[in-house]
Write a protein that binds this ligand. Sequence first.
Ligand SMILES: [Zn+2]
Length: 402
Amino acid sequence: MNRRQLLYSTGLGLVGAAVVRADAVLTDSSPDAKNPPKPLPLADFVPRSMLQVQETHVPRSRFPLIDIHTHISVSSKSKHGVELAPERQYLGTPDELLAVMDRKNIRSMVNLTGGYGAGLTETIRRYDLAFRDRFYTFTEPSYSLFLKPDYPKLQAQAIEQAHQDGARGLKILKTLGLYLRANITSGRLVKIDDPRFDPMWDTCGQLNMPVAIHISDPVAFFTPTDRFNERYEELNHHPDWSFYGHDFPSNAELLEARNRMIARHPKTRFIVLHVGNFAENLENVSENLDRFDNMTVDIAARIGELGRQPRAARAFFDKYQDRILFGTDATPHGDDYPQQVFEDKLYEIYFRFLETNDEYFDYAPAKVPPQGRWRISGVHLPESILRKVYNGNAARELHVSV
Ligand SMILES: [Zn+2]
């Protein structure tokens, strides 16, 4: 079944038709009864913009960049959203990645999902050690140990071991808060500020390892997948991304638990991914950045959000220019997620967003905008800010020099 058939079979076509019919009622006076307006399925609606505006092609970033948020390896085994094995699956070979990196001016890729144990050391051997400073790998928690009575201590020791093995930081997937449960894959959801993780956060602080943390998800994922949902097509295509109902906490509850945890660990550095996990509300992200000195954010997979509020986004970049890191969420061969597929075109869109004044362009290389049907405008950052966002801020957090 291809994507279009899927959309039809899951009811998208019907919604499209319903919308047009409602419209027809409103324009009741118009066409003659013999030729009523034809329903048009939403999936078939791909309007071509008639705007004639500046189109700037930016093939290389203005400065060498560190992509703080990529996924080159992933866990080979997970259940109900929880990774359960150290073994890794590799999504791209160093050679194919380096070719794109050299063309786009990508100095380094940070592979956040390096796992732990043998999987981690193998990943570091294949990438970080084979191509110095081109790849950095982060470790992840060993949730399979979660039920052991001394888990807090074991997890802290695992972080120390990962540090010795060459891991540059710790990555927390949205598993924490949305998937990890009292009995790992069953029972009540475990809270983000559960004290059993305290030694893990503290150890990261002691070892100068930043924590890249993804909490919650776009706010629309917590609302019903219906015709009012601005990310309807995306959720319809990935129904498992919806966190509406069941026993899921609200977005606000997740962010509050995260904030309580960050407040408790002022000596640990947190890179709060996806624009602090609330790109739809820059005022909220700003409040948290003001509150927590140990917090920075990346922009991965959220230029769609930033670029549809370009004036607020530009002010945000001005004010927090020392706290924003370049990231994409790039995944080699992640063809099902056009907003994060690792390829030249993806990076060129990020460069266009950051460096130009262009208006109304696609935020992802896709026929239909994959994260909501809108387009974005660039924020045209000055060189001084570009330099920090492309590499300065990340170099500081990773303790490397560019
Ligand atoms: Zn990611």
